[in-house]
Structures are given as structure tokens and as C-alpha cells.
Design a protein around this ligand. Structure first.
Ligand code: ATP
Length: 515
């Protein structure tokens, strides 16, 4: 069976998502709104299943983590205290010829990725040449061409870091000129200066349309957790270390919002802030890096699709940060962030609100502002990660082709399709009876129209792990066939054992137990 994985593009995935009711462009009848999307029937099920997996892994599996659901609107001073009013900016640059707008730092990072691509090419060429005797480590440390590329990368990274760190926009523009970076669309090098652009959306509270009523749509869910730190700690009687988890919408006026649901202006985050004793942050940073990676890998999307990437430019609040990157169709990109946020947020909220946000530690008999370790993952990006790994165009042994979504069965929107072989002879009634029984345990879908082959293909295309077919034999001995999406093998089982069989691969508890 051939799998054309390397040819799959975001476009393939986006059009499949639209055709099969996963994701539609928002307000499409008005030609859509850029970088906003609506989730359809299958998409919302998949999204809910991802949330469920995350929430249970965080809140249910850890007795020291509790969840909240804070409001999207927050007191405007929140965003002063968090640093977002002053520092939540992206450096933007326009190309004067193409009139296209870019993030200046991303243009430079893409240039670094290009050089890294050259290194990867050298490595794979050498690996082919030397065969089993190839020592990659040694090659990377000694090959002259590779060393030259690596030093180019380090130099660019240093300059980028310095310009980002000091907010020196002129230095960033100079670097773009020096590297002769061209507009990826038009090839033109006719750039404007680099400018800062604040990513927060604002609106007015109530009927007063002036500065005093100005409020923001939250650009991250984390602040809703910080301002509730004491409420939760007291009412849930939590002792350090403990965590607060939240899933909710966030809004960012992204400069360039392309790449389907990878970068949206309205999106959803799943964040967990873990409150710890100062000084223990290194240990918890490693702990959560490892724990989050295990959560990802347990889904079976492919271990080699993930890697850690340490942040070059630490945000104003962090003393260590990394991303879990995923190999999307457009390459390795950030899926989740793990940040050691120190006591920056709570300390700053203390200052701005005048309220003490401290923890009294019974063990040491002292009060302090806790440190925070954050894990932050975009729900929509996770959705895209699942889709990127799941979407496959297969050539079958009989020469035909199928498009199948090999979504991890626990996340699949529908676990089972119940299909009467023909739409007569009492088969539909029998099938509906089975539906009525299993629908309490499994998200099930009933389909009677079209040939059975066509119906199987449709279920493959929406990622349904099992198809159960009711035929004449069912009427005689209460047995059905169960077809596996991935192997396409069919097996005869009795209706009595059906639920156990369906549970086999779709049981979330089993997955949670394995991590
Ligand atoms: P990026 O560098 O891609 O802009 P970020 O570092 O600003 O992301 P964080 O502020 O760390 O992102 O947000 C945590 C997570 O939220 C990210 O890992 C990502 O999964 C998700 N996320 C951030 N911005 C967006 C967006 N515009 N659309 C969809 N998901 C997003």
C-alpha cells in the first residue's frame, strides 16, 4: 500500500476538512473572514474529544490540578500588569512592491531554516554515501561545509536575539537587508522600515466609547488563572505545588494569518499554570516537558513528528522556555509552549492591584509569591496536528484509491458506523435497534443509503474506526461484521460482544492509563 504522505499539503487537508464537515471558512456566504474558521459537525466532535483528552489528563489524573472557566473580558489593568499593553507586539515589515506584510522576525527565522535545510541535505547525502558506517555526530562536528552553515546560523541567531531583546527595529531591518531576504511571493527586496504592532483586539465596555471604557479581548487564557490564584487556592484548599487548568478562547490580531487553522485571529487555548516554590522551577520545567511529550506521543501520531525547540528570545516573563514542535505539512512548527514564568505575573498583579497574592508555606513558615510553570497548547493547532498525521491518500492492492483519516480512535468524531447492508428486509430496523443500544457508550452514526463500498469509503474519509454491517445472517444468528478502518479487515462477531470489541481501541481511560 503506497502512502503519499510527503505530497500532502495544507490545501489538501483544508479542502478535505471542508468537504467532510470538519471546518468551514467563517461566514462563508459573505466570502469568509480572514483567519477565522467554524467547526462543523465532525470538527466539533473531534475538537471536543481533544479537549476531553487534555482535560482528563490534566485535571482528573492529577489530584493537585483543578480547572476553572474564566471570562474572556477582564479588567483592563490586567493587561497593563501582564505586560501585554506595552510588550505584546510583533515587528512587522511591508514589501513596497508586492504590498504584502510580514513578521520581520519570521522572515529571518525562515532564512535560518533555509540554511538548516542545507545542513540536512548534506547529512542525508553523506548518510547515503557512508551507509552503515555513517556517524552523524562526527559528521556534524567535522564537515567543513556543515560547520560553515552552522556558524552562519549562530551569527544570524545572535543578531536576531539582540535586536528582539532590545527592541532595536533598525537592527532587524539591517539584518534583513544584509541577508538579502526577498519577499517570498514577489522576490522583491524593496522593504519598508520595521514597526511594532500590538496584537490585542480592543473594544468598549458599555455605552461609553472613550479610552476609559476600553477593554481587550484576552490574548491568552493564562491571566484568567493568575487573577484567580488566591480564590482557587483558598476555596479548593490547595497546597503548593498545585496547578490550575483552563480551556478557552483567545484573540490575537495576527499580522499574517495564513496556513489554515495554524494561525488564527480567534482560537482556543488549553493552558495549565503550575504554582511552585521559588527555586524548584528547573525541576518542574523538566517534569512538565517530559509529561507533556508523553501525552502527545501516547496518541501514536508518530514519535518522529515531535521535537523540542528551546526559545532564543525569552518573553518578558520567562526564565526558561521551549516549544514542542510538530512536523506539520509545512515543516516543524510550534504546537505547544512550556514556559518557566517565574513570579512575574503574580508579582505584577500584586503591584497593580495592591492585593497580596502570596502563599504561606507551613513547611518553611514563610510567605512568598509562588513561581509558575506553564504549559500552553493551541487546541486548533492540536487539531491540525491530528489531521496532518491522519490524512492519507492510499493506493490499494486492487489498484483503487482511498482517502482515509487515520485519526487516533479515541479522538475520532464517530467511533462506529452502523450500516444495514441493504435498505430493506428488516435490516434497517435491526440496525437501528443496535444503534439505540450502543449510542449510550459510543458516538455512533447510522447510514443506509448507497452501496456498502461507498459507505465504507465515506466513513474512512471521516475517520470512523469501525463499521458494523447488518446483513441477512444477522437476522438468523445475531452476528454482524465489524470492519477495521486501518486494516480494512472484516470479522464476524456476535452482537453480544460488540461493545467490548468497539471499546478495544476507542477507550480513553485505557489511553490515560498508558501515560
Ligand atoms: P507563535 O510563535 O506561533 O505566534 P506564540 O509563541 O505566540 O506562538 P504562545 O503565546 O506561547 O504562542 O501560545 C501558546 C499556544 O497557543 C501556541 O503554542 C499555539 O499552539 C497557540 N497559538 C498561539 N497563537 C495562535 C494563533 N494565532 N492561532 C492558533 N493557535 C495559536
Amino acid at each position: 500500500m503506497a502512502n503519499g504522505d510527503e505530497l500532502i499539503t495544507l490545501k489538501n487537508i483544508a479542502s478535505h476538512c471542508k468537504e467532510y464537515g470538519f471546518i468551514y471558512p467563517s461566514s462563508e456566504i459573505y466570502d469568509g473572514l480572514s483567519a477565522t474558521y467554524d467547526y462543523g459537525p465532525n470538527g466539533s466532535e473531534l475538537k471536543n474529544n481533544i479537549k476531553d483528552y487534555w482535560w482528563k489528563a490534566m485535571v482528573r489524573m492529577n489530584e493537585n490540578i483543578v480547572g476553572i472557566d474564566a471570562a474572556i473580558f477582564m479588567h483592563p489593568t490586567t493587561w497593563k500588569a501582564s505586560g501585554h499593553v506595552d510588550a505584546f507586539n510583533d515587528p512587522l515589515i511591508d514589501n513596497k512592491d508586492s504590498k504584502k506584510r510580514y513578521r520581520a522576525d519570521v522572515l529571518i527565522e525562515d532564512q535560518i531554516a533555509k540554511i538548516q535545510g542545507k545542513i540536512d541535505k548534506e547529512v542525508s547525502k553523506a548518510a547515503k554515501r557512508f551507509g552503515d558506517a555513517f556517524d552523524q555526530e562526527q559528521f556534524l562536528n567535522t564537515n567543513e561545509r556543515v560547520l560553515k552553515y552552522q556558524s552562519q546560523i549562530s551569527e544570524i541567531e545572535e543578531k536576531l536575539k539582540a535586536s528582539m531583546g532590545s527592541g532595536n527595529l533598525k537592527a532587524m531591518k539591517d539584518l534583513i537587508d544584509e541577508l538579502e531576504i526577498a519577499d517570498p511571493v514577489s522576490g522583491s527586496r524593496n522593504w519598508t522600515d520595521v514597526r511594532q504592532f500590538n496584537l490585542m483586539f480592543s473594544t468598549e465596555l458599555g455605552s461609553v466609547a472613550d479610552e476609559s471604557g476600553k477593554i481587550y479581548l484576552r490574548p491568552e487564557t493564562a491571566q484568567g488563572i493568575f487573577v484567580n490564584y488566591l480564590n482557587v487556592q483558598k476555596t479548593s484548599r490547595m497546597k503548593l505545588p498545585f496547578g490550575i487548568a483552563q480551556i478557552g478562547k483567545a484573540f490575537r490580531n495576527e499580522i499574517i494569518a495564513r496556513q489554515f487553522i495554524f494561525r488564527m485571529r480567534e482560537f482556543e487555548q488549553m493552558e495549565m499554570q503550575f504554582f511552585i516554590q521559588p527555586g524548584s522551577e528547573k525541576e518542574w520545567y523538566e517534569h512538565w516537558k517530559e509529561k507533556r511529550m508523553r501525552w502527545h506521543k501516547a496518541l501514536g501520531l508518530g514519535d518522529d513528528r515531535y521535537r523540542f525547540h528551546d526559545h532564543l528570545n525569552l518573553a518578558h516573563y520567562a526564565n526558561a522556555a521551549c516549544d514542542i514542535e510538530f512536523n506539520f505539512p509545512m515543516g516543524f512548527k510550534e504546537l505547544e509552549g512550556i514556559h518557566s514564568r517565574t513570579n512575574f505575573d503574580l508579582g505584577s498583579h500584586e503591584k497593580f492591584s495592591g492585593k497580596k497574592l502570596q502563599y504561606f508555606d507551613n513547611n518553611t513558615n514563610e510567605s512568598y509569591v509562588p513561581y509558575v510553570l506553564e504549559t500552553s497548547i493551541g487546541l486548533d493547532r492540536m487539531f491540525l496536528a491530528v489531521m496532518s498525521a491522519a490524512y492519507q491518500e492510499e493506493k490499494l492492492e486492487d489498484g483503487s484509491e482511498r482517502t482515509v483519516l487515520k485519526i487516533p480512535p479515541v479522538l475520532a468524531p464517530n467511533k462506529v458506523a452502523v450500516l444495514p447492508l441493504v435498505d430493506k428486509d428488516g435490516l434497517p430496523e435491526k440496525a437501528l435497534k443496535i444503534m439505540d443500544d450502543i449510542k449510550f457508550d459510543f458516538n455512533a452514526i447510522y447510514e443506509a443509503k448507497d452501496s456498502i463500498g461507498k459507505r465504507y469509503r465515506r466513513q474512512d474519509a471521516i475517520g470512523t474506526p469501525y463499521c458494523v454491517t447488518i446483513d441477512n445472517e444477522t437476522m438468523e444468528d445475531d452476528s454482524v461484521t465489524i470492519r477495521d478502518r486501518d486494516t480494512m479487515q472484516q470479522e464476524r462477531v456476535s452482537i453480544a460482544e460488540l461493545k467490548d470489541r468497539l471499546r478495544d481501541k476507542t477507550d480513553l481511560n485505557k489511553l490515560l492509563r498508558s501515560i
